[in-house]
Write a protein that binds this ligand. Structure first.
Ligand code: GLU
Length: 318
């Protein structure tokens, strides 16, 4: 790769840690996802970290999406260290972490349906969005009763706190809710919050850069890391891309993927230029590459507002 990445510094100048991008292969990446990936790369490389790629394929997998996502990231010029890791190949690690929590008495089975949780959580005084603890203290008879119902239970964390504070490079000190989060779903799948904590630690990731839709999940993840004896990473939750109505950018908004953009005649370099402009790292129309952006990148001067994406109006269907 031709850009003067700080990767080429001697090892003694490199931070030991790593950053990462961890897409879910549920579809193609859109401009907002690509922008977050570029930021994660810039944060990692500008601090001498390795940059790792992890495919979060425990659910919502769409055929071919993984390869298209990786190809799009590579076309923008992103590089990553080592092999791409897939969560579906790491189930034994999640099992081991759950077993550790279980052995410490920090888990319980939950038989609630989604609807029951919503109902209980909407009761007056229930903390917003928190699991209300319905199954936390079931008696042996109640548990046997529910097991007889035949619905396989989810496994939840018996959390010892209701809130936790993390430090975020962009948001400062941030306190958020911690509840008895799901560790393993009723269908046996390890939950995202568990998998992300286990993987970040196991991969030596000490810098998490991702969309700020996940800011409110960071306190529970950092708390869970502590319970597992792991060090939580530093966080930078970056603003999302929005459509012109101020809603989170989505595929239905039009030509939002790299493939869509190429079909409109834009090259990957043009798209990188648009992303860089949105970050205040390039002038409109300027030709840049990641090496140039790396030289210009300064987290302290990062544009923190959401990026409102203006797309050409899609042709009206007849
Ligand atoms: N896989 C998650 C997503 O694509 C990101 C998880 C994370 O960065 O912690 O939204």
């Amino acid at each position: 790769m031709s850009h003067p990445s700080r990767q080429s510094e001697p090892p003694s100048h490199r931070a030991a840690g790593a950053g990462r991008f961890a897409p879910s292969p549920s579809g193609d990446l859109h401009l907002g996802n690509l922008r977050t990936a570029v930021l994660a790369w810039l944060f990692a490389r500008s601090t001498g970290r390795r940059f790792l790629m992890r495919v979060e394929d425990l659910d919502r997998v769409r055929e071919g999406a993984r390869d298209r996502q990786l190809a799009d990231l590579a076309e923008l010029g992103l590089d990553w260290d080592g092999d791409v890791v897939s969560q579906s190949h790491r189930l034994s690690r999640y099992d081991a972490a759950i077993a550790e929590l279980h052995a410490a008495g920090l888990t319980y089975e939950c038989f609630c349906t989604r609807r029951e949780i919503q109902k209980a959580a909407s009761a007056p005084h229930a903390p917003q969005g928190a699991y209300p603890g319905t199954c936390r203290n079931l008696t042996p008879d109640e548990r046997a009763d529910r097991l007889a119902g035949g619905r396989p239970p989810a496994l939840r964390l018996r959390a010892g706190v209701t809130s936790f504070t993390i430090d975020d490079v962009l948001h400062g000190s941030y306190s958020g809710m911690v509840d008895d989060l799901v560790l393993r779903r009723g269908d046996g799948t390890p939950a995202y919050n568990l998998a992300v904590v286990v993987d970040d630690a196991a991969q030596g990731i000490d810098q998490v850069v991702r969309g700020d839709d996940l800011l409110s999940s960071a306190p529970r993840q950092a708390y869970l890391a502590g319970l597992l004896g792991l060090t939580a990473p530093t966080y930078a939750h970056v603003a999302l891309a929005l459509n012109e109505d101020g809603k989170r950018l989505a595929k239905r908004d039009g030509a939002v993927t790299l493939t869509d953009q190429k079909a409109l005649g834009r090259t990957p370099s043009d798209v990188l230029g648009v992303l860089a402009t949105s970050l205040g790292l390039a002038e409109p129309g300027e030709v840049v590459d990641l090496g140039i952006l790396l030289d210009r990148f300064d987290p302290a001067r990062l544009h923190r507002e959401p990026w409102v994406v203006r797309l050409p109006t899609p042709p009206q269907s007849p």
